[in-house]
Design a protein around this ligand. Structure first.
Ligand code: NAD
Length: 256
């Protein structure tokens, strides 16, 4: 389905980004990975599907590094057809104790990077009259939780940005949509599980159940593979007229 196309997935060395990158490669896309940590393992996991795989270590909080990453994708892959804005971080604290540096980092990585990659990718997508921008927002792009002011602000921003650019491209073959996962058991969430277990003196398993009970009626984590399949649908011809949506995959979280 995506043979000959190139997908760039930010923050794809782990969790949801890696899951989506694998699904896109399985459907024939060449993939540019990005992110920190286990970069070799991530590249090996995506290479298994036989497509061309690249990596760029741009820090999504730095616009000049984002520009270098997009130039790399243009030079090595002929541009980006599917842009998945996924890189993100979390910090949990009441607003009066929220460190300013954490606020700035969350807004830069979770929100402003989406603007920078998108503004750089759209011109070539317009020229080809085909493109897919998938922004990994969150249920926190639609509803709030306490102690997550920066994350909730950034993710609501991503949903608004998605709608605006979807309107700008509405008469073209370029679609722009957001995906809003609920709890997905990735390193980002495991940190919150660990904090809950430590604070309440409960086991890892009990902390996971407590998080799910609080927000996610299905009592099941969404998986990166399920999110990858949703991303594939949004890349398909069937989704050509899906524009500016914020699509939940949250076990009923936002239906409450
Ligand atoms: P994760 O921690 O497993 O992965 C985050 C990825 O982003 C990693 O590859 C990391 O290296 C990369 N990253 C972090 N800072 C970066 C930076 N400055 N520059 C470049 N890359 C950077 O987290 P995840 O849970 O897979 O989260 C992925 C996205 O999904 C995030 O935007 C997150 O907000 C969103 N999300 C996650 C959940 C969840 O429950 N896990 C729910 C809703 C939305």
């Amino acid at each position: 389905m995506l043979n000959g196309k190139t997908a760039l997935v930010t923050g794809s060395t782990s969790g949801i980004g890696l899951g989506i990158a694998i699904c896109l490669a399985r459907q024939g896309a060449n993939v540019v990975l990005n992110g920190f940590g286990e970069t070799d393992a991530a590249q090996a996991a995506v290479r298994e599907y036989g497509q061309k795989v690249g990596y760029h270590g741009a820090d999504m909080s730095k616009p000049d590094e984002i520009e270098a990453m997009m130039a790399y994708a243009q030079a090595e892959f002929g541009g980006v057809d599917v842009l998945v804005n996924n890189a993100g971080i979390q910090h949990v604290a009441p607003v009066e104790d929220f460190p300013s540096a954490r606020w700035d980092a969350i807004i830069a990585i979770n929100l402003s990077s989406v603007f920078h990659t998108t503004r750089l990718a759209i011109p070539a997508m317009r020229k080809k009259n085909w493109g897919r921008v998938l922004n990994i927002a969150s249920t926190h792009g639609l509803v709030a939780s306490a102690q997550k002011s920066a994350y909730v602000a950034a993710k609501h921003g991503v949903v608004g940005f998605t709608k605006s650019v979807a309107l700008e491209t509405a008469t073209t073959g370029v679609t722009v949509n957001a995906i809003c996962p609920g709890w997905v058991l990735t390193p980002l969430v495991q940190k919150q599980v660990d904090a809950r277990a430590a604070a309440d003196g409960i086991s890892d398993d009990e902390a996971k159940k407590a998080l799910l009970r609080e927000k996610q009626p299905s009592l099941q984590f969404t998986t990166p593979e399920q999110l990858g399949e949703l991303a594939l649908f949004l890349c398909s011809d069937a989704a050509a007229n899906v524009r500016g949506v914020a699509w939940q995959m949250d076990g009923g979280w936002t239906a409450q």
